[in-house]
Design a protein. Structure first.
Length: 353
């Protein structure tokens, strides 16, 4: 089975082809193979505004979507005639951006008589791990950390069963990286820039707070930390002290990583699960990977994350991967498929665990 995935939830126009097989008799996960994964980034368009401008994002998607799909097909070495199903991001995301992908997907499904699957973007971030790590199977704990979300999810016991354990109460982790980079005048998107700059800084230079780290919930809060960085910079400027951006970046990053690490490990402990999988753009962060790797080694836990940054950030292969599961299971969301900007991963607590 060949599934064409389409992703346009935010500022990346992406298309990919994933092949799946043996899904009926095979245990979780599906056998899947990525044949192509094309991402047209809009960073150049949005960076001068310091963040994504929704209207510009939609327009750019309209320009890019057809060439990107054609490139995904040609890189996979197939034609549209060989595609067995279409998977498209249904939400969460920017409504104008989502509409572009959904409209194209529905047009393709209609003209080709193909099944169409509307995919939850957050679930897809979890699924990008299955594409690379063939031994990963539920149950596991997933930390989904992106520009729009920070969620701790119990995945299992079966495939596509989820229980949301915690989420951010305000800013997402990636959003905090982006906003701190903006206030330091470092550019957009902030995550990769702060990650790189932090390597030249002292992570212990400034004792920024670790918000929520010791409270009992598995929720997160990053907006106070962002304000703490702003206050620090303003205070130092008032005192006419030089602010070292590398030290600020490294100290801020260390605070975020400490919180994400502690909460993820606590979730694993609570659920008595020793397998963890990261997903979303912030899963590309080198400090987060390093700290969680170290802690997981100490605890005898298994840690998974998509090795390549392109598989952490938004891509269509992860959308196609969920699509393989949905379509092979007989789902067809037909042409009534619509955007769901507030789509969430929550499907209710799982019994018997
Ligand atoms: O998953 P993603 O591409 O889009 C959303 O679904 O939101 O995540 C984008 C976010 C941005 O906030 C970006 O700054 C952050 O992921 N990001 C990183 C890194 N690479 C991307 N954050 C920290 N360190 C990184 N290396
Ligand atoms: Zn994403």
């Amino acid at each position: 089975m060949l599934v064409l995935g389409i992703e346009t939830s935010c500022d990346e126009t992406a298309a990919a082809v994933v092949e799946a097989g043996r899904w009926r008799e095979s245990p979780i996960p599906l056998k899947m193979r990525m044949l192509s994964n094309i991402v047209a980034s809009q960073i150049d368009v949005h960076s001068k505004f310091g963040g994504v401008v929704p209207e510009l994002a939609s327009r750019k998607h309209m320009q890019n979507i057809v060439p990107v799909i054609l490139q995904a097909l040609s890189c996979a070495g197939i034609t549209l005639d060989e595609v067995d199903g279409i998977a498209v991001t249904q939400g969460p995301g920017l409504v104008g951006s989502l509409l572009v992908g959904i409209s194209v997907a529905k047009a393709l499904a209609y003209t080709r008589g193909l099944p169409i699957a509307g995919v939850n973007h957050l679930e897809a971030h979890i699924y990008s791990n299955y594409l690379e790590h063939k031994d990963l199977e539920p149950p596991f704990i997933s930390l989904v950390v992106s520009g729009g979300h920070t969620e701790l999810v119990y995945v299992g016991p079966g495939e596509r069963q989820y229980e949301k354990l915690g989420q951010t109460m305000d800013d997402a982790a990636g959003e905090a990286f982006d906003k701190v980079a903006k206030l330091l005048g470092l550019g957009y998107p902030g995550g990769p820039i702060i990650d790189k700059l932090s390597k030249e800084g002292d992570a212990e230079a400034i004792p920024f707070p670790r918000p929520y780290v010791w409270n009992h919930s598995l929720n997160f809060s990053f907006s106070g930390l962002k304000t703490a960085v702003l206050n620090y910079v303003l205070r130092e400027q008032e005192k006419e002290n030089t602010v070292n951006p590398a030290d600020v970046a490294a100290s801020f990053q260390a605070a975020v990583v400490d919180v994400l690490t502690e909460k993820t490990l606590r979730a694993a402990e609570m659920k008595e699960i020793n397998v963890i999988a990261l997903g979303g753009g912030v899963a590309a962060n080198s400090a987060l990977r390093k700290q969680l790797t170290q802690r997981c080694e100490e605890l005898g836990y298994k840690l998974y994350y998509p090795t390549e940054a392109i598989m952490c950030t938004d891509n269509a292969a992860m959308i196609a991967a969920v699509g393989c599961s949905l379509i092979s299971g007989g789902e067809d969301h037909d042409l009534l498929l619509d955007t769901d900007v507030y789509k969430t991963i929550h499907t209710g607590p799982i019994e018997n665990h």
